[in-house]
Design a binder for this molecule. Structure first.
Ligand SMILES: Cc1cc2nc3c(=O)[nH]c(=O)nc-3n(C[C@H](O)[C@H](O)[C@H](O)COP(=O)(O)OP(=O)(O)OC[C@H]3O[C@@H](n4cnc5c(N)ncnc54)[C@H](O)[C@@H]3O)c2cc1C
Length: 500
C-alpha cells in the first residue's frame, strides 16, 4: 500500500515539476485568463494565438503525454524517418503556411508516388479478382459533380455552423438525405471509392450517412486538392509531430500540463465570475493543480466522458442540444510490418458484393480495418481500425487488424511466394499503435429537425465556455484553425467587455 501511495506521490510530483509551479494543488489556485481543454490541432493553435496575438495567459490541459492530438508520427529510430499514421498533410488554406512559419517549421510540397491498389474482402481474406475500379477520367468527372453539389452548402456550413439554419425546418432537404440518394441524383458513383478511401472509412456508414455529414467529412477543400485546384503541404522534416513539439517548447511549462484532465470544476467564491478547475493526472486521478480562469475553451470531443466534470453547469441549459445529440465513430491508427505484405501496394478492404463495379454498395461493416498501405520506399504499412463510439479498446481494435491479416494469409492472398505461412512468420509486427478517440461527430436526422445543430452556437459564451474542435467544424486541421479564429474573436471580445 505504502509503495502505491509513494508511486502516486512520485507521479504527481513529476507532473508538478513539469508544470514548473512551486505551490501544491491545495494552495491558492494559479491564475490564467483561459483554460484550454485538449492540446490537439485546435487547442495548440488557440493557445499560441491567445498568448501571442491577444496577450492572454493560458493553460492547456492535455490528456495525452504530448501535444498534437490526431497527429501520430512514428519515428523509425534506426533511420530517423517519420511515418504518419494519423494526419498526413495540411491543406493550403489562408493563414496555414504563415502559422507554420511563425512556429519556425519549414514546409515542403506534399507529394506521394501512388501505390498499386489491390482490392481484398477482409472478411474472407480473398482478393477481388473481378472488381473494376472507376476509370480515372470518370472519377475526376464525378468528383467535379460532387464539388458542385457540396459548394452550394458552403455558406451555411463554413466556417463551423455559425450560419446554419436555426430552425430544423429550414435545413435544405437534400442535406438530410442518405448519401446514397445523392450519389444516384448527381451520378457520383465513380467518386465513391475515392471518398471512402479519403475520409469515408472513418464515418459510421458512408452510404447511409446524411449528405450533411459526408460534406462535413469529405469537405470541399479536400476535393479541390484531389482535383489539383489547391495543394497540400507537410513539414520539410516529414514529421508532423515537429509542429506540436515546437509549440510545446514555445508555450513553455507555465502554459501546458500534459497527461492531465479536469477532475473538478467550481465557481470561485465571493461573487466572482472566475472558475476553479481541479486538474488531475489522467493515469492516477490524483489532483495535481488548481487553476482560476476567466474562461474555458473546450476543444476535445464534446462526448459525455469529456464534459462530465462540467455537466452540472451545462445541464442548467434548458435543452442540452448537441451534447445530447452528438454521436461519434472511433478510430485507431498504427504502423505494422510483415514480409508477406506486398511492397508499393495498398490492400484496400472492399466488400465482395462491390464486384464488378458496384461502388455505392455499403462499405465494410463495423468494426473493420480500412487497409494495409505500404509507405513509399519502406517495408512498413499504415493500418486504420474503425468502429462505432464504443470501439475504444485499443486491444480489440488491434485484434481487428490482426484478424484481417490472418484471413489474407489463410486465403493465400498474401504470403505464399515468400513461404511465410509458418506460425512463427504469421504474426503481424506492430511498430506503433494509437487510439484516435472519438471522431466524425454526427447528429441524426430527427434531432437535426428539432434544431440541435442550429442551436449549437447558443452554447458559445454560456457560462464563459467557448467551443471549438472537429465536432464544431471541419475534420481538417487548417480549416479548423480558420474556424477557431472565429471563436477566439468572440471569446476575446467578450472577455474585454466583461473584464476591461
Ligand atoms: C485517420 C485520420 C487522418 C486524418 N488526416 C488528416 C490530414 O491528413 N490532414 C488534416 O488536415 N486533417 C486530418 N485529419 C483530421 C484532423 O486530425 C482533425 O481535424 C484534427 O486533429 C481535429 O483537431 P481537434 O483539435 O478537434 O482534435 P484532436 O486533434 O483530436 O485534439 C483533441 C485533443 O484533446 C485531448 N483530449 C481528449 N479528451 C480530453 C480531456 N477530457 N481532457 C483533456 N484533453 C483531452 C486529446 O488527447 C487530443 O490531444 C485526420 C483525422 C483522422 C481521424
Amino acid at each position: 500500500m505504502l509503495s502505491k501511495i509513494q508511486a502516486l506521490l512520485a507521479a504527481a510530483t513529476a507532473l508538478w515539476a513539469f508544470a514548473g509551479h512551486a505551490a501544491p494543488a491545495e494552495d491558492e489556485p494559479i491564475y490564467r485568463d483561459v483554460a484550454i481543454i485538449g492540446g490537439g490541432a485546435s487547442g495548440s493553435y488557440a493557445a499560441v494565438r491567445l498568448r501571442e496575438d491577444y496577450n492572454m495567459s493560458v493553460i492547456v490541459i492535455e490528456k495525452g503525454d504530448r501535444l498534437g492530438g490526431h497527429v501520430n508520427t512514428w519515428v523509425d529510430q534506426a533511420t530517423g524517418r517519420g511515418f504518419e499514421a494519423g494526419v498526413q498533410n495540411y491543406i493550403d488554406l489562408p493563414g496555414a503556411k504563415e502559422f507554420f512559419a511563425r512556429i519556425g517549421i519549414p514546409i515542403a510540397n506534399s507529394t506521394r508516388a501512388p501505390n498499386e491498389q489491390v482490392y481484398v474482402d477482409f472478411t474472407t481474406g480473398q482478393r477481388l479478382a473481378g472488381f473494376v475500379p472507376p476509370q480515372p477520367a470518370d472519377r475526376t468527372e464525378a468528383l467535379r459533380r460532387y464539388l458542385a453539389f457540396a459548394e452550394q452548402y458552403v455558406p451555411i456550413m463554413e466556417p463551423g455552423w455559425w450560419n446554419f439554419p436555426k430552425d430544423g425546418a429550414d435545413i435544405p432537404p437534400e442535406l438530410l438525405l442518405p448519401f446514397r440518394d445523392i450519389v444516384d441524383k448527381y451520378n457520383l458513383s465513380a467518386a465513391v471509392p475515392q471518398i471512402f478511401a479519403t475520409t469515408g472509412f472513418g464515418m459510421h456508414d458512408l452510404m447511409g450517412s446524411l449528405a450533411l455529414w459526408v460534406i462535413r467529412s469529405f469537405n470541399v477543400d479536400m476535393v479541390r486538392v484531389l482535383l489539383g485546384i489547391n495543394a497540400g503541404f507537410v513539414p520539410a522534416s516529414r514529421r508532423n509531430q515537429d509542429l506540436y513539439d515546437a509549440i510545446l517548447a514555445r508555450l513553455g511549462k507555465e502554459a501546458v500540463v500534459l497527461s492531465s484532465t479536469v477532475a473538478t470544476f467550481a465557481k470561485a467564491p465571493r461573487k466572482s465570475r472566475m472558475k476553479i478547475l481541479g486538474v488531475a493526472n489522467s493515469a492516477t486521478g490524483e489532483i495535481t493543480h488548481r487553476f482560476k480562469v476567466k474562461a474555458v475553451l473546450f476543444t476535445a470531443a464534446p462526448a459525455p466522458a469529456n464534459i462530465a466534470p462540467f455537466a452540472t453547469f451545462l445541464s442548467i441549459l434548458p435543452d442540452l442540444g448537441p451534447f445530447a445529440a452528438f454521436k461519434f465513430s472511433a478510430t485507431h491508427v498504427g504502423v505494422v510490418s510483415h514480409r508477406a505484405l506486398p511492397l508499393k501496394t495498398t490492400l484496400a478492404n472492399t466488400r465482395s458484393e462491390s464486384q464488378p463495379a458496384r461502388y455505392p454498395l455499403s462499405p465494410p461493416a463495423h468494426p473493420f480495418n480500412a487497409r494495409f498501405e505500404n509507405y513509399a520506399d519502406s517495408s512498413v504499412y499504415r493500418v486504420m481500425a474503425v468502429g462505432d463510439e464504443n470501439f475504444t479498446d485499443p486491444d480489440r481494435a488491434r485484434a481487428v487488424v490482426e484478424t484481417s491479416f490472418e484471413k489474407m494469409m489463410a486465403a493465400g492472398t498474401i504470403g505464399t511466394e515468400n513461404n511465410t505461412t509458418s506460425t512463427q512468420d504469421s504474426r503481424l509486427e506492430f511498430k506503433y499503435w494509437q487510439p484516435h478517440g472519438l471522431v466524425n461527430a454526427y447528429i441524426d436526422a430527427e434531432d437535426l429537425k428539432k434544431g440541435a445543430l442550429g442551436k449549437i452556437h447558443d452554447f458559445q459564451a454560456y457560462y464563459d465556455f467557448y467551443w471549438t474542435g472537429a465536432a464544431w467544424s471541419v475534420h481538417l486541421t487548417t480549416g479548423l484553425w480558420q474556424f477557431t479564429d472565429t471563436v477566439l474573436e468572440r471569446l476575446v471580445g467578450d472577455l474585454k467587455k466583461i473584464w476591461g
